[in-house]
Structures are given as C-alpha cells and as structure tokens.
Design a protein around this ligand. Sequence first.
Ligand code: SAM
Length: 225
Amino acid sequence: MSRGNGQDHETRFERARRAMVTDQIARRGVRDPNVLRAMSRVPRERFVPPDSVDFAYDDRPLPIGHGQTISQPYVVALMTEALELGPGDRVLEIGTGSGYAAAVLAECAREVDTIERHEGLAASARARLAELGYANVRVRVGDGTLGWPEAAPFDAIVATAGGPTVPRALLAQLAVGGRLVMPVGAMKNAQTLVRVVRTFDDRFEEDDLGGVAFVPLIGAQGWEA
Ligand code: SAM
C-alpha cells in the first residue's frame, strides 16, 4: 500500500502474514509455491472473531464459536499441499468452519464446494467469502460425511474434522487419480492425518502424514452427535 511519503508500507496484518508463511510454514517444509502464495494472500484476520484479530497469525488454532476452531495455519498449508491441487481441479471440503481453508483451496483450484453442519458458521463463512470475492466457492449446510453427490466426482476431497474411518461416501465421490486428506483415529480428539489416492476405479492407496488433533467429524459416516 502506498502512503503520502511515497514509501510502500505493509499493514501489521500483512507483516504478520509474511512472517507466518516464512516461520511457521516454509520453515517446517511446505514447498508448493501455489500453497505458499495462497497462504500469503488470504487475510486470516478476516476469518477470526473480532476479539481474536490480534492472534490471527499465531501458530495455533483459534475458537470460532459453536465449540469449533479455525485450524492452525501450518496444518491448513500441510493439508492443502498434500492435495496436490492444479488450477483446473474441483475440490470438496468437509467442515467449512470460518471459511479460511476454503479460501486457501480456492486460491489453488478451479472450484471449491464446502459443507458445514452448523448453519450459523456456514452463513458467516458464505458472507465472508463473498465479501472477499471468492466467487468459486459454494457453501452448503449439511452432513459432509455423505459428501455432495450431485457435484461428484471431485479431484480432491479434504475433511477438516476427525472421523473414526474415511467415510465410504467420500471415497465413492473421489475421481480416479483424485486425492483425499483427512484426520482419522479411534479417539474423538486425536488422529492421524491420512492421504488416500484413488489409483484405479477399485483401488485406493493410503499413506500417513503424521499426528494431528482436530474436532470430531459428526455425522452418519462419522461420530455420533
Ligand atoms: N476448515 C475450517 C476453517 O478453515 O475455519 C476449520 C474447521 S473446524 C476444525 C471443523 C468443522 O467441521 C467445524 O466447523 C464443524 O462444525 C464441522 N463439521 C463436523 N462434522 C461435520 C459434518 N459431518 N459435516 C460438515 N461439517 C462438519
């Protein structure tokens, strides 16, 4: 931004965002330039409650109401990188929350469909994403464990809440060659981040991306409410 003295100044948020990308994300090994660019473009301070804006770029998740959280920036970057997105890809996200990860995904892909079970969170995320100009994101209220069958298949699917297993409906809605990333574990508050690649119509390959702690995925093919 250019000010009266002719010098370029960063706002405090832009400075904090740049430091976040360098210190929390690139330093921990995220390399995909599209992901780093997306993380340096999305204004995270617009996705947190007003009393949390000073902490928007902290290296941790933050509460967003309804007992839910906006994920730690590094985890958003790690999951987005693991999806190996290309500019023509269509993505399904389960767990819109604040809409922050949907905006990061929308910077890296063609279209993002995102599902949130809390109507209030979905409404605020939808308004926020529209205000910021993310015309390639659709937000729906519902049980994301069942996916979005009318819009399938998806090149990439990401769940930002942890379930006991990968929902069958999501595997069925993944395109051949598609990537799915989600936290999976036998406990409601600690999981392993898994990536599943659909290599053929009837073949899925899974690898493990490390330990994480997400809120539970509640639904017909997740945990009971
Ligand atoms: N991606 C979000 C962001 O960027 O702010 C963070 C999401 S938060 C960690 C997980 C979200 O998943 C919560 O908002 C929760 O309500 C939602 N959720 C849990 N189970 C769900 C389900 N079956 N369908 C849709 N959303 C679900």
